[in-house]
Design a protein around this ligand. Structure first.
Ligand code: ATP
Ligand code: MG
Length: 264
């Protein structure tokens, strides 16, 4: 479960613009903005795929189409050979920054993901296991407003584990976190992925995140966006740039590809 096939995907948005800024004429015309240009990709079951690309190139749009929140202009997405026709699939969990329900505690938010499980004892054990896994033991009965930004993200991660989806979609999951929390969260996501083996799609702006985490890295060009690079990363975890010359060479190559001629 969690195989994704993206076929000839195109997406255009229609914008309604004023004909002329100085004109008294308030007529509007429709302009189409091409965002995704013939995207073809295949993600294998259990793969962690990291997607990079310049701001505004269409990464969020691509994730939204995969999750069924938006429709393509042409082409299609097949998940486990079935065409995505809309949102609401229990098989996909979309990790969001403010995805916790504010009126529920950490425990209740995680429990929400397991509402179909009937055996209360096993359910409670599992909830505790997931909470422990993201190091939130002792904070079970706090509400989201009582948590730090990093703790909220970890609670959301515990909820994703509880839902046990076939696929996890994360759009810039580490943005806004301080350096150490970012590193810790990244380690948690990698460990979680190695343990559960769910297909995981992560959009990130951080090249190092993509190279440290991904089984596959996809780089998109500027808008209208096409796939510039789709590369399998066969490096063992935990990854280290100093110990893997191939990984550092690829890092330089990607910096260059994204318009920075030297790696920083
Ligand atoms: N609902 C919409 N209506 C019109 N245009 C849209 C809509 N959603 C996105 N766009 C446009 O599509 C383009 C891609 O947006 P998207 O959010 O997918 O980019 P992104 O790669 O995720 O950018 P960032 O890295 O900054 O998050 C942008 O030019 C944006 O203005
Ligand atoms: Mg985005």
């Amino acid at each position: 479960m969690g195989h994704v096939l993206i076929n000839n995907l195109q997406k255009e948005f229609v914008e309604r613009r004023r004909a002329s800024r100085n004109s008294d004429n308030h007529s509007r015309f429709r302009a189409t903005v091409p965002v995704l240009d013939n995207i073809n990709l295949e993600f294998h079951e259990g793969e962690m795929v990291c997607i990079l690309g310049p701001s505004g190139c269409g990464k969020t749009t691509l994730l939204r189409i995969i999750a069924g929140f938006d429709t393509p202009t042409s082409g299609n997405v097949l998940i486990d050979r079935k065409q995505v026709a809309g949102p609401g699939s229990d098989n996909i969990f979309v990790f969001q920054h403010s995805g916790l329900l504010p009126w529920m505690t950490v425990w209740q938010n995680v429990e929400l993901g397991m509402r179909r499980m009937e055996d209360i004892k096993i359910k409670q054990e599992k909830i505790q296991e997931y909470i422990d896994m993201v190091e939130l033991e002792g904070f079970e009965h706090l509400y989201p407003y009582q948590l730090s930004g990093g703790m909220k993200r970890r609670a959301e991660l515990a909820r994703a584990l509880a839902v046990n989806p076939d696929m996890l979609i994360m759009d810039e999951p580490f943005s806004g976190l301080d350096f150490l929390t970012h590193m810790k969260m990244r380690e948690e996501v990698v460990n979680m992925h190695q343990f559960f083996g769910k297909t995981t799609l992560v959009v990130t702006h951080d090249i190092d995140d993509a190279l440290i985490m991904g089984d596959r890295i996809v780089i998109m060009s500027g808008r209208p966006s096409s796939v510039k690079l789709d590369r399998k990363l066969d490096f063992p975890h935990p990854r280290n740039f100093e110990k893997e010359p191939g990984l550092s060479e690829l890092r330089d190559e990607i910096f260059f590809m994204l318009g920075v001629s030297y790696a920083v």
